[in-house]
Design a protein around this ligand. Structure first.
Ligand code: FES
Length: 169
């Protein structure tokens, strides 16, 4: 750079060539560090997601259904949160799945017809889960039902039992 150019730069208040180069280098260093920081943070997030278990949190499969006196004899009670019917007959209690065995729709209790009906494709079941009609290939499964030590009904949806095994209370 000639002296005339340096004098013009100094007169304009601009930093001289050496200082300008240094400032640009600092700026590029800071940009590079910022880019590395962003890339490192992204890698940390992806790594954390990779090592986190990919699980679906569902309600527990074993649940308390309350005191037996809550259920009158000859009643069918739908427990929506568990998608289970608690059926009480003179012989005892059954826990019947409310999920249709055709394509998994949630069935509905129809007291006027004394039937469990599937709204999707018209399968119909008796209160004890036996199939009456429709495309469902199997009856509604029965879950294990028992009494706790403090006298409450407890249902285990992981344990399928034969239909007809009533819990006598
Ligand atoms: S899902 Fe119930 S009849 Fe098809």
């Amino acid at each position: 750079m000639s002296e005339t150019e340096n004098a013009a730069i100094a007169a304009a208040g601009l930093p001289s060539g050496g200082k300008s180069e240094l400032a640009r280098r600092d700026f590029l260093n800071e940009i590079s560090l910022a880019a590395l920081g962003v890339a490192g943070l992204g890698a940390a997030v992806v790594t954390y997601q990779y090592f986190s278990p990919n699980v679906l949190f569902e309600p527990p499969t074993r649940f308390r259904a309350g005191n037996p006196d809550l259920y009158p004899v000859n009643s069918v009670t739908f427990l929506q949160s568990q998608q289970v019917y608690i059926v009480r007959t003179p012989e005892g209690f059954y826990a019947v799945s409310a999920v249709c065995t055709h394509l998994g729709c949630v069935t509905q209790w129809k007291p006027e017809a004394n039937q469990i009906a599937c709204p999707c494709h018209g399968s119909k079941f008796q209160p004890d889960g036996k199939k009456i009609e429709g495309p469902a290939p199997r009856p509604l499964p029965h879950f294990a039902i028992a009494l706790t030590a403090d006298g409450e009904l407890v249902v285990d949806k992981l344990e399928i039992v034969k239909a007809g095994q009533a819990l006598r209370v």
